[in-house]
Design a protein around this ligand. Structure first.
Ligand SMILES: Cc1cc2nc3c(=O)[nH]c(=O)nc-3n(C[C@H](O)[C@H](O)[C@H](O)COP(=O)(O)O)c2cc1C
Length: 201
């Protein structure tokens, strides 16, 4: 049987930060459940922000040639995406936002080039999202979840689960909360199992 494919995207500039540690746990869980997991560390990629030149408006293909194309192809070839980002000014990190913005080329492909109707969503991919922020505010994740919703729409993805952690600031803070690490591991495992079961149907 072919293993289901999941892409794990690390959106923090910190390699060993809170969200990276949590995502590593989710990756471990997904692998233990038999999934094939490709890891992408955004800070290692050379990716320009969207320059809004709309070179994509003929065929939906971004004209800027850099590491975006490879990241996009991996994400679109996978049945699941596990994305982790810290909260930066109430939204995702700049690294994560650059990736999201470059997917505007796919939005153009869907809605301008292929004229896909917005009321006909094809949600065939699933996403697990992990975020951490320093404060305890009630609205801490409101901005990030809104950005995520519209990004997921472009890549035909439904939000399967969001693990959102408040009160984590310094690198290593998350290690004081083994229950968060366990939750991330279990979520990764269940995510892979859910995707695996669906691909058998
Ligand atoms: C540029 C920047 C902006 C931030 N903005 C917020 C914020 O708006 N709200 C918040 O609670 N924490 C904010 N933080 C704190 C981070 O969200 C927090 O340290 C988080 O745990 C970092 O996750 P990481 O270790 O995975 O990078 C900010 C940190 C930085 C560096």
């Amino acid at each position: 049987m072919k293993a289901s494919k999941i892409v794990a995207v690390y959106g923090s500039p910190r390699r060993k930060g809170n969200t990276a540690t949590l995502l590593k746990k989710a990756v471990e869980g997904a692998r233990d459940a038999g999934a094939q997991v490709e890891e992408i560390v955004l800070r290692d990629l050379k990716m320009s922000p969207c320059l809004e030149i709309y070179g994509c408006n003929k065929a939906g293909e971004c004209r800027l040639k850099d590491d975006f194309q490879q990241a996009r192809d991996h994400i679109l070839a996978a049945q699941g995406l596990m994305l982790a980002s810290p909260v930066f000014f109430y939204t995702v990190s700049a690294h994560t936002k650059i990736l999201m913005d470059r997917f505007q080329s796919l939005w153009v492909k869907k809605y301008w080039v292929e004229q896909t109707r917005k009321d006909q969503p094809k949600l065939h991919r699933k996403g697990l999202f992990i975020a951490a922020g320093a404060t305890q505010g009630k609205k801490l994740f409101d901005g990030i979840l809104l950005s995520l919703r519209y990004f997921f729409d472009v890549i035909d993805m439904e939000l399967w689960k969001a693990l959102l952690y408040r009160g984590l600031d310094f690198e290593g803070d998350v290690l004081k909360f083994p229950q968060y690490l366990d939750e991330a591991y279990q979520a990764g495992k269940q995510f892979a199992e859910t995707i695996g079961n669906e691909s058998k149907i």
